[in-house]
Design a protein around this ligand. Structure first.
Ligand code: TXA
Ligand code: MG
Length: 356
């Protein structure tokens, strides 16, 4: 049977060992990739929805399954650093430096595309990344082709950090789901544009601006990447212009010094609860005790923002499962991984930001 979201298929869930993936299981998934099917797999950032980069029909099925706009390009995943030289052209010297230092890892490089690489998205550029996850690396290596993969969620929704999240969104639309447990980083890779004069972050992620500056010196952040407000700046990465990371509930982000922020959230809580709404608060270990009504969830610790990144998408999804009408989310500082966290939160709120 064929629907608007592609063929209806039986989704086989295969649990794999994340450190030492069982080869016979990886081979089942690799076979599906080679035959033009779709496989969801864990990476260190979020789960990806993969197809053979050289099979345009298979790649188009990804767009169908996710309901993704066709002009929003996919990242090509490789299992060896040198593969970037087969996929791109006019490669700057910084590529070598960056892959040596950060691959495998959550850094995606935007380069000019090599002529033989098909791109249904109809663009002359390519984004390449080597994930730091044994299941992803084994799948790519065993498939024998680079794997194009966006995050394995319905377009516009919250990215998946567990196999359960993927199953909720994509069961019946993909052939295989490799379950390698929860993802470590929790937010997506950093997208770095290397085609211009100065390397520019298009999407902040697992490798931070500070990490990149330490290696390259001069690095810029595209105005849309900070997502501090809705901006008219040209969206360099096509994905930047679309709605992102949105749970079903409305999201409000409150940003500022912790004291006034907590005060403001309590005020909003009162107001919304009096209106009869079911309200969730995404709080931190340090602040959760400051609220005495609503549904309070601890996302992580302000002293270790990596924990906030890791749990962010899971907490947003959990609020939806519990049917809250509004999620009030605490902001965090935008240094290091905080920049990626705030980019996701501000977008999930549709720029509904309260600054105190
Ligand atoms: O961590 C990650 O990057 C995950 C895992 C699965 O690897 N992937 C991921 O893919 O987040 P996706 O498709 O959800 O987000 C990729 C972002 C989009 O904003 C897209 O527009 C941008 O990267 N992008 C990809 N290829 C591009 C290209 N050739 N030119 C400009 N932007 C590109
Ligand atoms: Mg995505």
């Amino acid at each position: 049977m064929e629907t608007k979201t592609g063929p209806v298929v039986k989704t086989q869930v295969i649990t794999v060992d994340r450190e030492t993936p069982e080869l016979y299981k990886i081979r089942i998934a690799a076979q599906v990739i080679r035959e033009g099917g779709l496989v969801a797999f864990p990476t260190e950032t979020v789960y990806g929805l993969g197809a053979n980069t050289f099979d345009v029909r298979a790649v188009l099925r990804i767009f169908q399954a996710k309901n993704r706009p066709y002009d929003n390009p996919l990242i090509v995943h490789v299992s060896e650093k040198d593969a970037v030289y087969d996929l791109a052209r006019e490669i700057p010297d910084s590529t070598e430096v960056l892959t040596k230092r950060f691959w495998p890892g959550p850094l995606t490089l935007l380069l000019k595309k090599a002529p033989h690489v098909p791109r249904p998205e109809n663009i002359d550029e390519i984004t390449v990344r080597m994930p730091d996850h044994n299941v992803a690396l084994a799948l790519i290596a065993e498939s024998g082709v680079p794997i194009s993969a966006p995050s394995a969620n319905i377009s516009g929704g919250v990215s998946p950090t567990t196999a359960q999240h993927v199953y909720q969104d994509l069961a019946g639309k993909i052939e295989v789901l490799l379950d390698g447990g929860p993802c470590d980083v929790g937010v997506e890779s950093t997208v770095l544009d290397l085609t211009g004069e100065v390397p520019t972050i298009l999407r902040p992620g697992g490798i931070t601006l500070e990490d990149l500056r330490a290696v390259l010196g001069n690095v810029e952040v595209h105005p849309v990447a900070a997502a501090a407000a809705k901006t008219e700046a040209e969206a360099r990465a096509p994905g930047m212009k679309y709605k992102h990371y949105s749970p079903h509930a409305e999201v409000i982000v409150v940003e500022g010094q912790v004291g006034p922020m907590v005060e403001k959230i309590n005020q909003l809580l009162n107001q919304k609860i009096r209106q009869g709404l079911k309200v969730g608060v995404m709080a931190t270990e340090e602040t959760a005790h400051c609220y005495n009504q609503g549904l309070i969830k601890v996302v992580g610790s302000r002293r270790n923002l990596g924990t906030v990144a890791r749990n962010l998408f899971d907490v947003l999804r959990a609020f939806d499962e519990q049917g809250v009408d509004i999620i009030i989310a605490e902001g965090v500082v935008t240094a290091e991984i905080g920049l990626a966290i705030m980019n996701r939160l501000r977008k999930s709120a549709g720029f509904n930001i309260v600054r105190v």
